[in-house]
Design a protein around this ligand. Structure first.
Ligand SMILES: Cc1cc2nc3c(=O)[nH]c(=O)nc-3n(C[C@H](O)[C@H](O)[C@H](O)COP(=O)(O)O)c2cc1C
Length: 207
């Protein structure tokens, strides 16, 4: 089975469920104006709106990801697992390679075509969010980018039939420690908690 056969497309109504937890380590792929692939690692990826599903991140303005997003208005957020092998590659993708260098090749990661946008998906990641830029804001020496998800896909074994993430398979990671060295953290305890407030504001919140 090829790597692309591991992926299933996720319907729009489940995109919000799939980006869970709403902030996790990601590798963002972009292309430059000539179509050359770029990848970079990010700890600042956050889901910032439910409908439409939107994902934000911040990037230093001198970085290739920033230039490519400004040039093309497209990016793909790829979520790796809390597994040593891929997190080691996250660190390689986070190194300052020269513009035009394909970090996926440097890290030994495979590109597979995206469904809608030009930047590729990273085969070894578990979920993928193809985004078009909704808005950006430059502040300090960083660019805040908010992208609207236009397609999402996930490894078949990582979600249930309602589109909820199966954390023991998906194993999202978080970055911790000082920027951006070698420490990652993950926790997959899932707990359903009761609604203990009985007033009208809690209507529809019994579960
Ligand atoms: C785990 C990890 C998380 C990172 N998070 C960010 C981030 O949120 N924002 C950022 O600007 N750089 C971040 N970096 C650093 C970039 O990945 C790095 O500067 C990279 O070389 C940028 O590549 P580019 O010039 O191709 O965009 C992170 C690096 C690692 C290893």
């Amino acid at each position: 089975m090829s790597e692309i056969d591991l992926k299933i497309d996720v319907p729009k109504e489940h995109w919000d469920r799939l980006f869970s937890p709403p902030a996790c380590v990601a590798m963002i792929t972009t292309v430059d104006a000539e179509g050359r692939i770029n990848a970079a690692s990010f700890a600042t990826c956050v889901r910032v709106n439910h409908e439409p599903t939107c994902i934000a991140f911040t990037v230093d303005t001198y970085k290739d990801t920033c230039k490519n997003v400004r040039a093309t208005n497209e990016f793909v957020v790829n979520i790796p697992s809390f597994d040593r092998q891929i997190l080691e590659k996250v660190r390689v993708v986070g190194l300052p390679f020269a513009p035009g260098v394909n970090e996926l090749e440097k890290a030994g990661l495979a590109a597979i075509p995206s469904k809608i946008v030009r930047p590729p998906r990273i085969a070894e990641c578990k979920s993928h969010f193809e985004c078009r830029v909704e808005w950006t804001k430059e502040w300090l020496n960083r660019l805040m980018v908010v992208g609207r998800v236009v397609a999402a896909s996930v490894n078949k074994d990582c979600i249930d039939r309602d589109g909820y993430v199966l954390f023991e398979k998906f194993k999202p990671a978080h970055y911790c420690g000082h920027a951006y060295k070698n420490k990652f953290v993950a926790s997959y305890d899932v707990m359903e908690v009761d609604m203990i407030y009985q007033g009208p504001e809690a209507e529809g919140q019994k579960q």
